[in-house]
Structure formats: C-alpha cells, structure tokens
Design a protein. Sequence first.
Length: 318
Amino acid sequence: MASETRRGSDHDRSSVQRAVGEGRTLAAAMPRLILEARRVAATVVHGLHGRRRAGSGENFWQYRRFVSGEPASRVDWRRSARDDHLYVREQEWEAAHTVWIWPDRSPSMVFASQLVRDTKLYRTLVVALALAEILVEGGERVGVPGLLRPTGSRNVIDRMAQTIVHDRGERVSLPPNFSPSPLSEIVLLSDLWSDIGDIRRTITQLAASGAHGHIVQIVDPAEETFPYWGRIEFVEPEGGGRITAGRAQNWRADYAARVARHRAEIRSETDRLGWSFIIHRTDRPPTELLLALHGRIGGEFADNGAHRHQAGQLRAPA
C-alpha cells in the first residue's frame, strides 16, 4: 500500500522521507533489533514442548502399541514382556533440513502508521531473526536466499544481521530465483503488495523443486482498515507516483474489496501448491506469528522424509 501524508498538519513529513531516514539508520538500529529478536525467541521457546517427532534417529522418543501388519522385527520384546500387549519403540526424528527465510527489505516495508510503533521492516527482521534462532535451537539449518548459505551455527542471528547490514544489493520485495532442495522449506515475509503476476511466478518457481513453503503477509493495521478521512495524499514509495484523495473515506469500500481480491488470488496459489498463507498485523505481538510458523514448519517434511527413509530414498538436504 502507498504511504500517506496529510496536508496542512504535522503529517506533512512524507512517509518517503521517513523511509529514507530509516534505511540509513538500519545499521544503528540493528543492536536493538537483535536484542528484541533474542527476547522474542526466548519467549517462544519457553512456551514450546519441542518439535520432536517419530522417525529415523538414535534417541528414544516413546513406546506405542504394535499395529497388525507391521514387521515383527519392530516389536520391543523387553517392553512387551511386561504386560499382554506388543509395543514398538519409536525413535526421535533427527534429520535436520534447511529452512530458507526471505525478509522483504524493499522501500514499502519502512511504512508505519500512527497506529503502531514499529515499521513493517522492523517487525519482519525481528521475526526473521527470532525464527532463525528457534529453528537452529531445534537442530535445523537456516539460510537467506542470495545472502547467506544454510547454517546451523548457534550465532545465526549475528550472522544474518551482519549479512543484511552489509548487503549492497537492490532491496527487492520478492526473493531471487534459486532452486531449493525438495526437502527444504521456505518462509517468505513480505507485505506482498507486489503485482499478483510477480507473486505467482515467484511462488511457482520456488515450488518447482518440490520444496514446501509458508507465505506471510506482514501489514500495518492502517493497510487493513484504511482509517483515512478528508484530503489525503498517498505516495507509492517504490516509484509508483502519488495520488490525492479529496474525500479519502469514500475510497474505503473499494480499497477493502481490492485487498480482499488480492489476498484471495494469493491464497488460491498457495492452496494449489499446498503451501500455507498467514496474515500478520504489526499491532499484534510477534510471538503470535512465530508460534503459528513453528507449528507449520517441518510437518510435511517429517511425513515425506520418514516415508522416503523407509523406502531407502532419503536425499541429503540442500
């Protein structure tokens, strides 16, 4: 969505000027951002019971009842001898896989209305860094397309932050063209106000290898509710020009319809590919989004990975 300014009031400072200022101070703000990401990650980890799941590994997870038709070699005879039932000893799934995280850092992400404290960019980076910390803590590897190769390093937050700060490339909304492994997952964090054709092409290309993905639209509450009245000038921060509304409140219904249509098209694409689609507002706590992502990441991989292992076709992750 375009940033907004109001003529004849303190809102005369354009959102574009604020975007430029925040872009220049990202390096200075990074220490505070890292602390916030670590705090959020610690809060989420404290409330989790782990991501343990049955599969191929060395650590014991649980006993379960033997199911008719399973190979007799799977029966744990020592445990079964204690009562009248047969039990199978399950191990914890230990095969780490790669999760690619793409934080949109394009100019539109530095927008923040008066309804919130933080910009979309700040929230996106906090979530990206915190998610990386949580995943590495759980034994996974994390990478950033075009910026950081997959790593399971315990200092993943610092490595991601340094890579982002020193990136001199163009700040684009969607990730670069790359081919993730079929056993990897992708988390795309963006406001997703790009052209729907570009979004479709990106998601389709990323899913071509069989990788699973999670599309997250991070929006300011003003981009949801369109709380504008009177004469407002809207500025597109990525070179799309500007437009003035004489009575902005008259645009609200049409705006809401266009947003709903845009999201429906994104959801149609993610549903077709079996990906997930989440909408997150910056006036909601980041822990909500992290918990939702944590619950979705790895589920399909565990099912597919276990099946491939049993078939002797487990491939190394990218």
